[in-house]
Design a protein around this ligand. Structure first.
Ligand code: UD1
Length: 346
């Protein structure tokens, strides 16, 4: 058995898939989650896949005393993967203080406790949103591209958190960190025991697509068909959540086991390929054989026209590569939606 890893937000979409991959790689996992946007039953799904039940504590990372209690209870924790955060762009515009409070305090609390409890490394969930709309010369975007002023408080919390980590480590804190900038995570575990469970009307494309396909939503709107792209719709780099989860295992191995790596490193985690919204919608129909009711609608405020990642650094340095085929990824999302229906959840 390898080291123990604390996964904050471990019952969430990316956190649950990462817990599975960590366990399958031999790590012991302790999950903490305040269940504000997920359910404790996700732990059952993880156990069904791996045969191992991760430890679970319902704790909010903003509650310093409760968080310290977790480190005291599990003294073997040597690494953290920090997913727990509020993540709805629109909501962050309406409730900025909630976002700054949740997303900044939770990281600060973790960083403060790490040296005291001998925790060596932290992997932080950042986002390609920090690049804003990269200029034409900067596409596919590398980690060196300029950071642009965030378009939402959510995006700003990602930028500020990256800076907090950099500043803390440069101050001499005895920890290491890897910052992962995700592109657009999609899909579900092939077993359909875990997946994405949006609260209310989904904001993200794939849950809206699958909910439309199954009849929960009447019609999918494709936001904007007059962008400066081949088919006029936006372009994103859609990364399979299981591939993304595996990137965290590589990052954890590097942070805990590589002596000579820099104390803070940043990696893009994507496929390196851009797909238009229309390509995804048509790809879904082709991959699943399900017809979607969709129409073009006006642009969505704040949307970036096109962004996809240069992932050479992650390929070379982490030894990680996105492997899934988009058809399989879209089928996994559909299988998950069908499972939710069969279980009477959605
Ligand atoms: C954005 C952020 C990402 C953040 C995520 C959180 C960027 C580049 N990305 O993702 O960092 O983690 O929000 O929610 O800022 N679309 C439709 N119809 C729909 C839904 C979406 O056409 O009903 C289109 C959008 O216009 C967009 C694409 O699908 O072009 C993907 O949208 P979405 O899944 O919401 O992700 P982003 O906005 O790219």
């Amino acid at each position: 058995m390898k080291e123990t890893v604390l996964v904050t937000g471990g019952t969430g979409f990316i956190g649950s898939h990462t817990t599975v991959e960590l366990q399958q790689a031999g790590y012991k996992v302790v999950i903490i989650d305040n269940l504000s946007n997920s359910s404790a039953s996700v732990v059952d799904g993880i156990e069904k896949i791996t045969g191992i039940r991760p430890a679970f504590e319902q704790v909010d990372c903003c509650d310093f005393a409760a968080l310290e209690g977790v480190f005291a209870k599990y003294p073997d924790i040597s690494g953290i993967i920090h997913f727990a955060a509020s993540k709805a762009v629109g909501e962050s515009v309406e409730k900025p203080l909630l976002y700054y409070r949740n997303n900044l305090n939770s990281l600060i609390n973790l960083l403060e406790l790490m040296p005291k409890y001998n925790v060596k490394g932290i992997i932080f969930s950042s986002s390609c949103t920090v690049y804003g709309q990269p200029s034409k010369e900067n596409l596919p975007v590398t980690e060196e591209a300029p950071i642009q002023k965030a378009l939402s408080p959510y995006g700003n919390t990602k930028q500020i958190n990256e800076e907090i980590i950099q500043d803390y480590i440069h101050s001499g804190a005895p920890i290491k960190s890897i910052i992962l900038r995700y592109f657009n995570p999609i899909g579900a575990h092939p077993t359909a025991f875990i997946g994405e469970l949006p609260n209310g009307v989904p904001m993200n494309l794939i849950p809206f697509v699958t909910q439309t396909a199954i009849g929960i939503r009447k019609q999918l709107k494709i936001f904007g068909n007059d962008y400066n792209t081949e088919d006029g719709t936006c372009i994103r780099d859609y990364i399979y959540v299981v591939d993304l989860a595996k990137a965290h295992v590589k990052a954890m191995e590097r942070v805990l086991e590589t002596e000579d790596s820099d104390p803070v490193e940043v990696f893009n985690i994507g496929t390196g390929r851009g797909l238009s919204t229309l390509e995804v919608v048509e790809g879904f129909e082709k991959a699943t054989g399900v017809k979607l009711n969709w129409e073009f609608a006006p642009r969505r405020e704040g949307d970036i026209e096109k962004v996809w990642g240069n992932v050479d650094k992650a390929n070379k340095v982490l030894g990680w590569k996105a492997e899934a085929k988009i058809d399989d990824v879209l089928r996994s999302a559909w299988k998950w939606q069908e499972k939710l229906r069969a279980d009477g959840i959605q």
